[in-house]
Design a protein around this ligand. Sequence first.
Ligand code: PLP
Length: 407
Amino acid sequence: MARINQNYDKLAAGYLFPEIARRTNAFLESNPGAQVLRLGIGDTTEPIVSSVLDGLKEGVDALGSSESYSGYGPSEGISPLRDGLAKLYSERGLSLDPSEFFVSDGAKSDSANIQGIFSDDCVVAVQDPAYPVYVDSNVIAGRTGLASETGYDGLVYMPCTEENGFFPDLPTQKVDLIYICSPNNPTGAVATKKQLKKFVDYANEHKAVIFFDSAYAAFITDPDLPHSIYEVEGAENCAIEFNSFSKTAGFTGVRLAWTIVPKACQTEDSEAGKLHALWTRRQNTFFNGASNVVQAGGVAALSSGGRRQTDEQVAFYLENARIINEGLDALGITTYGGGNAPYVWLKTPGGLSSWDFFDKLLNQCHVVGTPGSGFGPAGEGFFRLSAFGHRENVEQAVSSIKEKLQL
Ligand SMILES: *Cc1c(COP(=O)(O)O)cnc(C)c1O
């Protein structure tokens, strides 16, 4: 008799984005002809830059001749790409070995899969609010109980609030696996070195492991803010880092990412090198590598020409964020984020719940955003606007909010 993984039934009903789609479609049905402006899902909108497209095309062309054809590659990624990634980090003074970089088809899948090389009884801590996959992957793996209003039983929530500048205090109980996302989705907050140092020291002291998601590192403009957790002393002993070409190079549909497992990283019951070996084994067993065509595009994205063009695109999205912030500020709405991240995190005016504000913004302004409560209990009363969009759409959405939102 086959039986299902019952943990799936614990997942909180109505995943965020389907519920947004449901409400948006219901609105469109009762308001035929209305144009909805979408600042909801964090997906890139601008075309891939020419130097990266050239790399992708070279990857395709290489498949067309017997001299350059390649089939399966190393599941950890091709050497030029791993070398290029190590070089990227060396610009920030970090000496990571190319063999510590694992190329993959997504930071989402890696951040979901990483928990699989750790013991079932590890206690998990997440920032609240958080990118949903950190929580859901651990629910599915059976590390939590049931969900209630205050979140999943057995999961340690680290609230990110206005009071703490949207970066959490250390957990008061002992935890084993800690997820940190900086720049943060959804709040747009970026952790300082000092803030990260506290967690690194905690992890080294308690033999905990930090999963650091830096998918938005390229959006950091403040020169004092760390792009990688390895800029913090001691992090190589306790942290695994994820990053992605998705938001930087417009690869959300193309798919390419990387995970760093330093050889020095260890746990209570393992020596240095063991986690690196386990992740190698996990990837070799379950994964046959990222597409060779796409990896050629990744190499091009890391070239100097690729960097220049993708940096311009990142700056374009940051300008969108600035426009959103400026518009909301003019209305007297309190906003956070945006300066070093493609997300603006606003405090719902008049103390509205996140979903009530969603409905109000949709009905009055025809703008779709993302309710903060969908990212965790501490997101209640907040709302995320994404800066990914064509300029005219962002400007239209901001004007509509300024003209039509009844506060
Ligand atoms: C978009 C995003 C990613 C990127 O995931 P991919 O699977 O590489 O597209 C990772 N982490 C966060 C927090 C994100 O918002």
